[in-house]
Design a protein. Structure first.
Length: 549
């Protein structure tokens, strides 16, 4: 087999000589030929000896039939010359057959698609729309949309808007909108909003140019045509551009808007401005009206705290009051914790007890306490810091992080709750922990609950016992039956288990077994529950004697 190993000049000369008399009116035809893959003497394996009979194609295109014969009898560059000659002579009706003939040859497929899209894009579109996906080579739709878009943007949009739905339309719409985002982001965003396309991540390069020309218009249009994450990216890009040109005007506009996109715009502008000119951003905000000050202060001080947290705190205390002060100091603490959580915790400790301090403590704790599945225990420094706070701050912190503290380090949470008996935490804090402990060591969970204040301990112990019985019913009941009759926990534990079993129709046998231990209490428990009437009747039947017995 002889392959093309001569110099580029020799290859070009061979093409020019063989192509004499077949020069197509498009001068750049050579772009369709992957020269490195052409072999002289034998047809490429992907095309093989092609005949109409082997393809089982109807002779609805004499041009395609003749091309198939010519390809079967030729090799190398001659095959491409036949392709080019066919493209020059082809009418719209020939292209469906020509496209199928090109299957397996990337260069020929591209050649057919570009010529078809140039001569008859709507015919091309309708053909693909009604065809099965496997009927034509892949990539035709890409070429059609790119080529048609250059010819007539309105026509291709109209085609994708009209008629009945078809399987490929969602993908084609997405491809068109993504392409337009680079050259015409206004139309691209409008189409993404109209077509509810929100699962693509187009480049924002076109948005930058669009925003530079008129950032206010770009922001207004983006907010008026929401398209999920794409709009978030677009408004952030607009904010970055606008912040460099006129951040005060950008914030003045954002202050009059509402919704998540407006918030995204203001956050982007403020952070960008603070990075470049912190004092300028702070002075502008301090001089704004009260609603603007309250709305934008958290964003500013969160960024500021990563540079100078004490200065940000002093600014908050000098310019803010009430809820806006609490919200801003919480954001400040979150920003400081991103940089150095221990320093942020020390800053919170230096504050006087207040709602703002409690909010800041929650922000620090969210960063300092390990995540639920981090497989880490809570550090001694973290526990000591928490214990040093005022009662309200401790309550707020434990309530906010108990869900992940329960999973990451239940032993330290159990110890902390047991030591903080002077603080009233929400009941679910204890209940969630007792369930978690009961799954691993139910006896320890019940013992822990028993060391809590009396009424609380009985309630938490009941939760632990019910969780134990849910996973190990026989073992839990054996333990229960060994409790002295005088134990004050017996009836609350029994009631808790009955309530759990009452909601599960698959546990009727167990419910009947438990109810037999205290029928009157069981009936009272059922009557006090918000059960459907038919479920209540079924449960009462398990407790009450049956007729004739």
């Amino acid at each position: 087999m002889r392959t093309l190993t001569t110099s580029t000049a020799i290859v070009a000369s061979a093409f020019l000589g063989l192509a004499a008399g077949l020069v197509w009116r498009h001068a750049n035809i050579a772009k369709h030929v992957d020269v490195a893959q052409i072999e002289f003497g034998h047809p490429p394996p992907s095309l093989g000896p092609v005949t109409p009979e082997k393809l089982s194609l109807p002779d609805d295109s004499p041009l395609a039939t003749q091309l198939a014969r010519d390809l079967a009898q030729s090799t190398g560059v001659k095959r491409w010359l036949f392709w080019w000659d066919a493209m020059e002579k082809a009418a719209p009706a020939d292209f469906p057959r020509l496209a199928k003939l090109a299957r397996g040859n990337r260069g020929a497929t591209k050649l057919v698609a570009e010529r078809w899209a140039e001569l008859a894009p709507k015919h091309f579109f309708d053909t693909l729309r009604t065809a099965a996906m496997q009927e034509y080579p892949p990539g035709l739709a890409d070429t059609l949309i790119q080529s048609w878009l250059k010819q007539d943007k309105s026509a291709v949009i109209a085609a994708l808007n009209s008629g009945e739905d078809f399987p490929q339309r969602k993908d084609w719409r997405g491809q068109l909108a993504i392409t337009l985002m680079a050259t015409d982001p206004e139309t691209g965003l409008r189409l993404m909003s109209d077509w509810q396309i929100d699962n693509y991540g187009p480049s924002m390069s076109g948005v930058k140019s669009w925003a530079a020309a008129d950032p206010r218009h770009a922001a207004e249009f983006t907010m008026a045509n929401p398209a999920g994450p794409v709009s978030d990216s677009a408004i952030a890009t607009i904010g970055e551009v606008w912040a460099k040109a006129d951040p005060a005007a950008a914030l003045a506009f954002a202050a009059t808007q509402h919704g998540s996109l407006a918030n995204k715009l203001s956050q982007t502008v403020l952070k960008s401005w603070a990075d470049r000119n912190l004092s300028g951003a702070a002075d502008w905000l301090a001089g704004s009206d009260a609603p603007t000050l309250a709305k934008f202060s958290p964003t500013l001080v969160e960024a500021w705290a990563q540079q100078d947290a004490p200065a940000a705190l002093a600014w908050c205390e000098a310019n803010l009051t009430g809820t806006s002060l609490s919200d801003s100091i919480k954001a400040l603490a979150a920003g400081a914790a991103q940089k150095d959580v221990a320093s942020a915790a020390a800053l919170v400790s230096s504050m006087s007890p207040s709602s703002a301090r409690s909010q800041a403590a929650m922000a620090v704790a969210d960063k300092w306490f390990p995540d639920a599945f981090a497989n880490k225990t809570v550090s001694a420094d973290t526990l000591n810091w928490l214990a040093s706070l005022d009662t309200d701050a401790i309550r707020q912190v434990v309530t906010s992080v108990s869900w992940k503290w329960t999973d990451s380090d239940p032993a330290s949470l159990a110890s902390f709750l047991q030591s903080a008996t002077n603080i009233s935490f929400p009941a679910y804090t204890y209940e969630a922990l007792s369930r978690n402990m009961a799954r691993n060591d139910p006896s320890a969970a019940i013992d822990w609950a028993n060391r809590l204040p009396a009424e609380l301990g009985v309630s938490v112990g009941s939760t632990a016992f019910s969780e134990w019985a849910r996973g190990q019913f026989d073992t839990a009941m054996q333990w229960f039956n060994q409790m002295p009759a005088s134990d004050s926990r017996r009836q609350p534990f029994l009631n808790s288990l009955l309530q759990q079993l009452a909601w599960d129709p698959q546990s009727d046998a167990r419910f009947g077994q438990i109810a037999s231990l205290a029928p009157s209490a069981a009936r009272s428990t059922i009557q006090g529950m918000a059960l459907p009437d038919d479920r209540r009747a079924a449960l009462l039947a398990l407790v009450s004697p049956q007729p004739g017995q």
